[in-house]
Design a protein around this ligand. Sequence first.
Ligand code: FAD
Length: 385
Amino acid sequence: MPVPDVDAFRAEVRGWLAATLVGDFAPLAGSGGPGREHEFLAERMAWERRLGADRWIGLGWPEPDGGRGLPWRHRVIFSEEYARAGGPARIGHIGEQLVGPMLLMFGTAEQRARFLPGILAGTQLWCQGYSEPGAGSDLAAVATRARLDGDEWHLDGQKVWTSLAQHADWCFVLARTEPAAQRHRGLACLLVPMRQPGIEIRPIVQLTGTSEFNEVFFDDARAAAADIVGAPGDGWRVAMGTLGVERGVSTFGQQLGFQREFEAVLATARATGAIGDPVLRARLAQAWAGLQVMRYTAMATLGRAAGDVPGTEANISKLLWARWHQRLGELAVDVAGAAAILTGPGYELGNAQRLFLFTRADTIYGGSNEIQRTVIAERGLGLPR
Ligand SMILES: Cc1cc2nc3c(=O)[nH]c(=O)nc-3n(C[C@H](O)[C@H](O)[C@H](O)COP(=O)(O)OP(=O)(O)OC[C@H]3O[C@@H](n4cnc5c(N)ncnc54)[C@H](O)[C@@H]3O)c2cc1C
C-alpha cells in the first residue's frame, strides 16, 4: 500500500475518531490508564476490538505480518490525534508495544502467524511477567523455573507487579531454564496461557485503592514446547531487546495527556484562587516550562533518529517525564488545598488525589530513576561502573 500523505492521514485519523468515539464509546473519552485501569473495562476491551477491526493497531508493523507498514511520522500523528480526541487508555498496549515487536524481532514465522493476528484484532490481551519479589531492578536474578518435559514447559515460581494480569489471556514470562547457569545466562522467554489450573493471580491493592497489578504464582503451569521466543538460554537478549524497542512515537500522545492534566490543575488553581499564591504560581509556570522542554526534546530526538529512539535517549526521556509527572501530582493536591485531604465515600478519589498517589509509581516502573541514571552514566556517558 502506498504511504498516505501526512495531512490526508491526519484528517483520516481525526475523522475516524470523531465518528467512532460516540454512542456507547462516548463515555470512554479520557478513561483508563495509570491509576484508572479499572474504568470501563468491558467497554475498553470492545474499543480495542474496534480499533483492531478498523486496522488502527500495529500501524508500523510490516504489511506481510498484518501491519500497515507506516513510517514513524504517521504513528506520531495517530498518537497525537488519539490523545487530542481523548481516546481511552489502551488495554492492549502490552501486546501491541511489547509482545508484537518482540515476536517481530525474535519470533519464528509460526509464532508470528499464531500470535500477531490476535493482537492486531484487539482480541488477545497480554501481560508482562518479568519482575519477581527478588528480581526487579536486578532482573537477572529471576528465579522462576521452567523445565522442558516432552512437548511442554513446566513452570514454577512467582512474578509480582504484573500489570493487567487479571484480564490477560497470555503472559510473556522470563524464566530460568538452566538452574545451574548464573545471572543473565540460562534464561528463556516463554509465551504462557494465563487461564490454566497452574496459575493463580492475586490482585495487589494499591495506594489508589484499585488493583492494576498482581502477584502471579506458577505451580506446575504449562506452556507448549514451541512457545519459547528465541533459543533456550537466550532469554536475556530477548527480554532486553523487547524493552529496548523504540517507544518514541507514543511520547507525543503521552505528552498531550500530560498537557490535559496540567490544564486541569491550572483550572483548579484558578477556581480555588491558588493561582494568586506566588509560590504555587511559580510551580505552575515551571510545570508549563517542563512540558515545553519535554516536547522539544522528544521532537529533536525523534527527528534525529528518524523514529528509532536510541537507548540512552529513551532513558533520559523517562527520567525527565517521571519526575515532571510526579511533581505535577504534588502540585495538583497543593492547588486543591484542604479539599485534597478528604476522599469520597468508600475511598473514592478525585482526579488530583489519584494523580498524586499514582505518580508515586512513575519513578519506579519501567526502570527506577536510579537505574535510568546508571544506564545514562555507563552506556551514554561511558563513565566507569
Ligand atoms: C505501576 C507499576 C507497574 C508495573 N508493571 C509491571 C509489569 O507489568 N510487569 C513486570 O514484570 N513488572 C512490572 N512492574 C515492576 C517494575 O518493573 C519494578 O517495580 C522495577 O523494576 C523496580 O523493581 P523493584 O520494585 O523490585 O524494586 P527494587 O529493585 O528492589 O528497588 C528498590 C529501590 O532500590 C533502588 N535500587 C535497586 N538497585 C539499585 C542499584 N543497582 N543502584 C541504585 N539503586 C538501586 C531502586 O531504584 C529503588 O529505589 C511494575 C511496577 C509498577 C510500580
